[in-house]
Design a protein around this ligand. Structure first.
Ligand code: AMP
Ligand code: TRP
Length: 321
């Protein structure tokens, strides 16, 4: 049977090189062999403080970018347009336990940094599980930070199946060949993330070419001069090697450099070459907003049609009239 692939992207900020290398590029490759569905997870963006207008704009930008990155042979839609996601999420909240949700690393880290923690930040992995299980996905391309949530999804699927009957397909996370965790260029011990501020260490997919080059050339490197892949001892250099390997589709071991400067120049060029076609395609797609609306509305309608059967099965199994 054809494999089914699902993944999603939160529009909490602008999509980054981490999103591209960690999840979007692996998903683009899977399109040749699998039935692929991708969503912009706007409901997930409500888990932290947000601005409504900005969320709307970022959601549209992210959807356009997914298509521009090459996911145009996938079904792409905006999560909140398909209410089955929230409905199944409630059934999964009623399958999950408070203890396991509270222990999720991302919840612990994010809640520790805020004074007012939204309840949806705690329940969010149940919504993510609903996203995946609704589509009966076998494979979920995600970066390292989301692996624990995919593990939880497996646990919830198995528990629900055991309690109420075989309804869900148990999914597996797919990790990228390289770049499962792209680090911040200016703080290479932290993940490259997409907060809306202009971070010097984050490459956004829509950064102008001059900014891309500048950010790479200013990347923090490590003491010493040897270019070696050693994520513990040399996180900055190792991150550049990873980015270069992923952007040029070569294994890290095949890269050999005599100086940091040469490594940075080649990395800057490889990043620019990777993002140029994405930005060109983004500009083309953005020029026709009516067509884009049609694609997204059509995607949501098709997704709603595809997941209706699974939702009905889950409702029936758990005992809803
Ligand atoms: P998010 O932007 O948090 O919605 O993440 C969407 C997808 O991109 C998930 O599969 C993440 O694991 C992946 N991702 C986000 N940031 C990075 C990063 N710095 N390195 C690798 N993958 C990432
Ligand atoms: N929670 C993911 C993130 O923050 C985004 C996401 C939502 C997702 N639903 C998903 C990823 C389903 C994979 C599958 O990165």
């Amino acid at each position: 049977m054809t494999k089914r692939v699902f993944s999603a992207f939160k529009p909490t900020g602008r999509l980054t090189l981490g999103n591209l290398l960690g999840a979007i590029m692996p998903a683009v490759r899977l399109q040749d062999e699998a039935d692929c569905v991708h969503a912009v997870a706007d409901l997930h963006a409500l888990t932290i403080r947000h601005d409504p207008e900005r969320l709307r704009a970022r959601t549209r930008e992210a959807a356009t970018l997914l298509l521009a990155c090459g996911l145009d042979r996938s079904l792409v839609y905006v999560q909140s347009r398909v209410p089955a996601h929230t409905e199944l999420a409630y059934l999964l909240e009623s399958t999950a336990h408070f203890g396991e949700m509270r222990r999720m690393i991302q919840f612990r880290e994010k809640s520790a940094r805020q004074e007012e923690v939204r309840l949806s930040l705690l329940t969010y992995p149940a919504l993510m599980a609903a996203d995946i299980l609704l589509h009966r996905a076998d494979a979920v391309p995600v970066g390292e930070d989301q692996r624990q949530h995919v593990e939880l999804t497996r646990d919830l699927a198995l528990r629900f199946n055991r309690l109420y009957g075989e309804v869900f397909t148990v999914p597996e996370a797919v990790r990228p060949r390289v770049a499962a965790r792209v680090m911040d260029l200016s703080a290479p011990t932290s993940k490259m993330g997409k907060s809306d501020g202009s971070s010097a260490g984050t490459i956004y997919l829509l950064d102008p070419p001059a900014d891309l080059g500048r950010k790479v050339m200013r990347a923090v490197t490590d003491s010493g001069t040897e270019v070696a892949y050693d994520p513990e001892g040399k996180p900055g250099v190792s991150n550049l090697l990873t980015v270069l390997a992923a952007c040029s589709d070569r294994p890290v071991e095949s890269l050999s450099y005599g100086s940091y400067g040469a490594l940075k120049r080649d990395t800057a060029e490889a990043v620019a070459e990777t993002l140029r076609p994405v930005q060109e395609r983004y500009a083309e797609l953005s020029a026709d907003q009516a067509e884009l609306s049609r694609v997204l509305e059509g995607g949501a309608a098709l997704a709603a049609e595809r997941v209706g059967g699974l939702l009905a099965e889950a409702r029936e199994a758990i005992g809803l009239a």
